[in-house]
Design a protein around this ligand. Structure first.
Ligand code: DC
Length: 241
């Protein structure tokens, strides 16, 4: 693993935070896992935390629109992310829910529970604690704008909805009968609209984020461009110390 920027010769140097934001299906998780391996950082998927809380709400029969009832769940809910080379293992109250939280009903529920300010505040506090020492790539919707506004590197990864929907369908859809490409694109559009228009920390690019639109790029091109962005930003932030 190449990690020349992390194992600096200056011992007191803070480890960097790389924030990756963007809409559903843009390829953030794959990119985050790649950059984490490349630069020797921990990869944290903030969306998995919203998904885990959404699963808890499903299992506890709590309405996704009931902010007070969702807030009441916090006291009895523990969510743990365990970074692995290809993504996060997700533990909800000590149980492995990694596969379950990837399912469509949980994704939809996560988008709904994440509109509530108190849910967001609870998540943001935990995410900041996870990245307090730096040395992380965190991906989500509000990492560069809200969770780590001082992140050394911010990337906003986007792609046209049709392309994101098609990629996601090819990854997961054909395996499930009754799932069509059109239905995947329609669900993504609905989730996008909710994530972008919610009042608290809507999905948007930070003013200092580098925008990468992967609509016409291969994933290798996205990875190469992102590595270049990380290198440039880390060099810049080292020079400014
Ligand atoms: O990235 P994902 O698809 O796993 O995220 C699931 C939902 O969680 C997404 O639709 C919106 C919400 N989310 C959020 O509001 N803020 C984040 N930082 C990450 C996810």
């Amino acid at each position: 693993m190449e990690n020349e920027h992390v194992n600096s010769t200056q011992p007191a140097q803070r480890l960097p935070v790389v924030a990756i934001d963007g809409p559903a299906g843009a390829g953030k998780s794959t990119l985050a896992a790649h950059l984490a391996r490349r630069f020797g950082l921990l990869n944290l998927e903030s969306g998995a935390m919203y998904r885990a809380l959404a699963l808890k709400a499903i299992e506890s029969d709590v309405s996704f629109s009931d902010e007070a009832a969702l807030t009441a769940l916090f006291a009895t809910t523990s969510i743990e992310l365990q970074p692995q080379s290809e993504g996060n293992r997700v533990l909800l109250d000590g149980h492995d829910v990694t596969r379950r939280v990837r399912e469509r009903d949980v994704a939809e529920a996560a988008s709904q529970v994440s509109v509530h300010p108190q849910v967001r505040a609870w998540m943001v506090a935990q995410q900041r604690a996870l990245g307090a020492k730096g040395g992380v790539v965190m991906e989500g919707r509000d990492i560069g704008t809200k969770v780590f506004p001082n992140a050394e590197v911010k990337i906003f990864l986007d792609a046209a909805p049709e392309v994101r929907g098609q990629r996601r369908f090819l990854q997961t859809g054909p395996a499930q009968a009754a799932v069509t490409e059109e239905s995947v694109i329609a669900a993504l559009r609905e989730r996008d609209a909710r994530d972008r228009t919610r009042a608290t920390s809507p999905l948007e690019a930070a003013a200092d984020a580098i925008l990468i639109d992967s609509t016409h790029m291969s994933f290798d091109e996205v990875m190469a461009r992102s590595e270049e962005v990380v290198r440039q930003r880390l060099e810049l932030s080292n020079a400014q110390r």
